[in-house]
Design a protein around this ligand. Structure first.
Ligand code: HEC
Length: 216
């Protein structure tokens, strides 16, 4: 881990905090900005202010973004290893459910906002960042196209030994995307409890079932 960088940053922050006043020389504008941002959010329903508190990996990745310097290899590896440990494989041993249900989950952007209730079922919001079924023409492109995801990886029988590595990787990627990319922008839908195990199985089928429209 890049300790020197982290220590340098926190020392700098501490120094600036000490020197902080209401303006003029020595004002810590990052600090001022952070408190303005914080004050502009109000908790509403199930949308609380938790997300304003970054976890360690978020903090390191944001700092890397700000400085334009990617994380050093050791820090990235440590984040990925910690994320890898959070992955829970399906408790019934089944990786694939029903792709038709998976399509509905991938389409749904519901959940976690102030207009949702705690009892509402969350969606995966996958189309917001990925192309999947070719018939859906509205999709985002922050993430790579997942059209033909299983087919391109040679998955003809997702339950076969040959398909095991790609099936397990895909489950892990969905569970906690950071396990394979320290600063991934993809939501950690398993780890964060956004999707249930059964919903994940359905989304897995959408990606990997040879009958799924994704693989036509
Ligand atoms: C906020 C945007 C975002 C959302 C929402 C999102 N992803 Fe991603 N996803 C990404 C990005 C960016 C990458 C590529 C970088 C990375 O690996 O983290 C990615 C990578 C992936 C990969 C790995 C692709 C490969 O070739 O290894 C899979 C599989 C995937 N996403 C599936 C999904 C599924 C299924 C959903 C819905 C449950 C989803 N994503 C939701 C942004 C997103």
């Amino acid at each position: 881990m890049n300790n020197t960088f982290a220590i340098a940053l926190s020392t700098l922050a501490a120094l600036m905090l000490g020197a902080c006043s209401t303006g003029g020389a020595g004002t810590d504008y990052d600090q001022v900005h952070a408190s303005v941002v914080k004050a502009s959010f109000q908790p509403n329903g199930i949308a609380t202010l938790d997300y304003l508190t970054q976890d360690e990996a978020n903090r390191l990745c944001s700092a890397a973004d700000v400085t334009g310097k990617p994380l050093d290899e050791k820090t990235a590896k440590a984040i990925e290893e910690a994320a890898l440990k959070t992955i829970k494989m399906p408790s019934d041993g089944k990786f694939l459910g029903d792709w038709k249900e998976g399509e509905k989950i991938a389409q749904s952007g519901r959940g976690l906002t102030w207009t949702d209730k705690a009892t509402d079922v969350n969606g995966g919001n996958c189309y917001n960042c990925h192309q999947m079924d070719k018939k859906e023409i509205s999709f985002g492109n922050l993430g790579p196209s997942l059209y033909n995801y299983g087919k391109l990886r040679g998955v003809t029988d997702p339950t076969s030994a040959a398909a095991k590595p790609i099936v397990e990787y895909t489950w892990g990627k969905l569970w906690n995307s950071r396990a394979y990319n320290a600063c991934s922008q993809m939501p950690r839908v398993g780890h964060k409890g956004i999707l249930s195990e059964q919903q994940l199985q359905h989304v897995m089928a959408l990606l990997l079932d040879p009958k799924s429209p994704v693989n036509q």
